[in-house]
Design a protein around this ligand. Structure first.
Ligand code: BES
Ligand code: ZN
Ligand code: ZN
Length: 520
């Protein structure tokens, strides 16, 4: 995917003589053409009434994701449906941006002017209405990711043929009223940066497990760090052994590929974040989860290349953070390993001594994520963060509980959990709280060691979350755990996400940091 330019220019739409102009429009209500206001009215006038006519004659209804083109001389007005006026939110704007890019590509235009940020949104209950900068951010995010594809592994011939058949959209210009240009440019820039990091996360995660090994992931992290001017430390097997990380060592010992533990650091000159100054993100990076000796069934086992999505999200988010330069200190840690069966593999019944000193009875080698994370969480606390948030494709159980719309949110601190829940409502990465507690601790009490790595039949996502909690010093740090097993990849059910990795987590991390800073 070539990089897309995103710019803001005063009155770009009015000045367009021969291009594509994307216009945001609401759905018909009870079969009636909605009143065209603001930029909608201006553009209807500019098109000499063709927008209203498209509604009136039924060619366009304004439903979410719908696009329709009307032409006046050399200008093509690209009508983009936002859906029912009252329901239009930031998510509708992301999807509208993606729809506009896709349709522009079909029109074989290399650039377009967009007014999609220019409609005001209603405030949702208990929330403030998004301002123009936040709207521009959402649109830009969608515009950029509307062009996302993962074609790195097709042959040269196939790629060349596809490139001939399809135009790439190179730029989108946000048309502003003069007074808003700065705010729109700032939001659009943020949206582009976050979208590029999301695309990077998808590229990592979609990469096949014979390429994307722990060593390869560490090399990618090194490149991100170099390009962004971040400090990075990569622990190989000798250092991991020295730190006595029995969880990460146990899980990786069945594979010929050695594990890697990556630590990246973004340190601004000035820290103004409140109420927390130093934030650590931690990701599960199992580059392939066969289940190990407790091997998984063959159907869909290929999807377990996505078991590295948490680690990929952390590395990719660091790229966005390096570009956005928030005034908050950030540590990113990702633990990478394969989980394979072999004559050297760890076994059910094995007892592992974790870096923290706690011992774990392995009753199922497929519950490996919590073992590598236990060590990664312990390790990151040496950096003394105020907050730790981990991202992990941890359990199939979270998919049974919540399905695709929400990631599971667990943790030990109500203030942190509440903040993340609120962020989820705006970022488009929705989160739903699930419980932890002594009852779940009881379910993972060990017979021959301190704890065991699986609970009983029920509450699989919660015994997994509770397991992680055993490695957190709760009097020193606030911690939240996001189970992204159901949300990290999908069939491509929205215009800015094709089949494959979604890049979930990147927006949550960036929005969380943003929430610690005054004003947007
Ligand atoms: N990586 C899986 C979780 C997973 C399953 C993610 C399906 C996405 C889709 C994890 O390592 C795992 O296998 N967990 C087991 C735990 C069980 C053995 C207690 C699971 O969820 O079945
Ligand atoms: Zn597993
Ligand atoms: Zn796993």
């Amino acid at each position: 995917m070539a990089k897309m330019k995103v710019e803001a220019k005063a009155d770009a739409a009015k000045k367009t003589k021969d291009g594509v102009v994307a216009v945001p429009l609401f759905a018909k209500e009870k079969g009636k053409t909605p009143k065209l206001e603001g930029v909608q009215k201006t553009m209807d006038d500019a098109s000499e009434g063709r927008i209203k006519a498209a509604y009136d004659d039924g060619a366009f209804t304004g439903s979410k994701g719908e696009t329709h083109v009307v032409r006046l001389r050399d200008v093509r007005f690209l009508l983009v449906g936002l859906g029912e006026r009252k329901k239009v939110d930031l998510e509708a704007l992301r999807q509208a941006g993606a729809a506009a890019t896709k349709r522009t590509r079909k029109l074989e235009a290399k650039r377009y002017v967009s007014l999609l940020h220019a409609v005001e949104l209603e405030a949702k209950e208990g929330e403030t209405a998004p301002d123009v900068s936040e709207r521009a951010e959402a649109v830009a995010f969608g515009c950029v990711l509307g062009a996302y594809k993962f074609d790195r592994f097709f042959s040269k011939e196939k790629k060349e043929k596809d490139e001939k058949d399809e135009t790439e959209v190179e730029a989108v210009v946000f048309s502003t009223t003069g007074a808003e240009t700065k705010a729109v440019a700032k939001g659009a820039d943020r949206g582009r940066i976050i979208a590029e990091a999301t695309a990077l996360c998808r590229d990592f995660a979609n990469s096949p497990p014979n390429v994307a090994t722990p060593r390869w992931m560490a090399d990618q992290a090194r490149r991100v760090a170099r390009e962004g001017g971040l400090r990075i430390k990569v622990l190989g097997k000798p250092e991991i052994t020295r730190h006595k990380m029995g969880g990460l060592l146990g899980v990786s010992q069945g594979s010929t590929e050695p594990p890697r533990l990556v630590l990246m650091e973004y340190k601004p000159r000035k820290v103004s974040a409140k109420p927390w100054k130093k934030i650590a993100f931690v990701g599960k990076g199992i580059t392939f989860d066969s289940g190990g000796i407790s091997i998984k069934p063959s159907p869909s086992m290929d999807e377990m290349k996505f078991d590295k999505c948490g680690g990929c999200a952390v590395v990719a988010a660091m790229q966005a953070i390096a570009a956005l330069k928030p005034e908050v200190h950030v540590i990113g840690v990702a633990a990478f390993s394969e989980n394979l069966p072999s004559g050297k593999a760890y076994k059910p019944g094995d007892i592992l001594r974790m870096a923290s000193g706690k011992t774990v009875e392995v009753l199922n080698t497929d519950a490996e994520g919590r073992l590598i994370l236990g060590d990664a969480l312990w390790y990151v606390q040496r950096e003394k963060p105020d907050v730790i948030i981990d991202f992990a494709t941890l359990t199939g159980a979270i998919d049974i509980a919540l399905g695709k719309p929400y990631s599971g949110l667990m943790g030990s601190d109500d203030e942190l959990i509440d903040r993340l829940y609120e962020i989820g409502k705006r970022s488009g990465e929705k989160l739903w709280r699930m419980p932890l507690g002594d009852e779940y601790q009881e379910m993972i009490k060990g017979t021959y060691a301190d704890i065991k790595n699986i609970g009983g039949r029920g509450g699989g996502a919660l015994t997994a979350g509770q397991f992680l909690r055993n490695f957190i010093e709760e009097d020193k740090v606030k911690w939240a755990h996001l189970d992204i097993a159901a949300t990290a990849w999908g069939d491509g059910d929205n215009p800015y996400t094709p089949k494959g990795a979604t890049g979930v987590g990147v927006r949550t991390m960036v929005s969380f940091l943003d929430s610690l800073l005054d004003g947007r």
